[in-house]
Design a protein around this ligand. Structure first.
Ligand code: PGA
Length: 245
């Protein structure tokens, strides 16, 4: 695991953007899996800025969705897809033909999972997965108690996820279940970027990086991944005993 600490969320976003671009150099059709959420937004703005300035060509990139709320899809304001359309896909001009994303409104959610797993499998491996972390330690919607081998599936969301998730919506929204890549799927990626900013993430970051490796803290199950890079601001790193670089 490589740990980097420091900077504002915007500075971190710019540094991670450079690092992701470096990881994708030489890959003909990169497959990128972006999390939605507050944390990665500055990274997506950094991609968008480079794209606007003409110094980043993402025309070959393909995208696979990480997770979605069951009952919602990109037409619903506040959904995972809606945020990614706004922050990433629209600014980069990514067409639907380059995106595979869970439709949480689909009648057959098992088929959604199969389609997503097949999309990844047909392209070999995900090159880069970009992740945040929940205050309960979740990764995507892999909640405490998750199976490290799990594939894409529908899950019942932890009460913390259900209540914290309201921040993405302008009105109270039912967030009982989610559809998510599993940790088994995520762990097959070449590079995993785990990002956290803010003091409210400090305690769970300590548990994830320095506590026992346990399904109680799903993020800890990524620790042995050879391509894991953890990027933190000072606040999120505030309770760590070890330093970064
Ligand atoms: P956040 O979400 O980036 O909005 O804090 C992280 C997560 O719940 O995975």
């Amino acid at each position: 695991m490589k740990l980097t600490v420091g900077g504002t969320p915007q500075e971190m976003g710019a540094q991670v953007a450079d690092r992701v671009i470096q990881c994708l150099e030489g890959v003909k059709t990169p497959l990128v899996c972006p999390a939605s959420g507050t944390t990665p937004a500055p990274l997506y703005h950094a991609f968008a800025g480079r794209h606007r300035r003409g110094v980043l060509d993402t025309g070959a990139w393909r995208f696979v969705g990480l997770d979605e709320w069951v009952g919602l899809n990109g037409n619903d304001e506040g959904s995972c897809r809606w945020w990614l359309d706004k922050d990433l896909f629209l600014p980069l001009g990514v067409g639907e033909d380059r995106i595979c994303f869970f439709d949480g409104r689909a009648y057959d959610l098992v088929a959604e999972c199969e389609t997503t797993e097949r999309f990844i499998e047909e392209r070999g491996k995900m090159d880069v997965v970009i992740l945040g972390i929940g205050t309960n330690g979740h990764i995507a919607m892999n909640e405490p108690g998750t199976d490290v081998m799990a594939r894409s599936r529908v899950v019942t969301l932890h009460p913390t996820t259900q209540s914290v998730g309201q921040k993405y919506f302008t009105k109270q929204t039912e967030l009982e279940k989610g559809i998510t890549l599993g940790l088994g799927t995520i762990r097959e990626a070449r590079h995993i970027f785990l990002l956290a900013t803010g003091e409210h993430k400090a305690s769970i970051i300590r548990q994830a990086l320095e506590g026992p490796v346990s399904a109680d803290v799903p993020a800890s199950l990524l620790r042995d991944h050879p391509g894991l890079e953890v990027w933190l601001d000072e606040a999120a790193a505030g309770e760590l005993r070890l330093g970064g670089n």
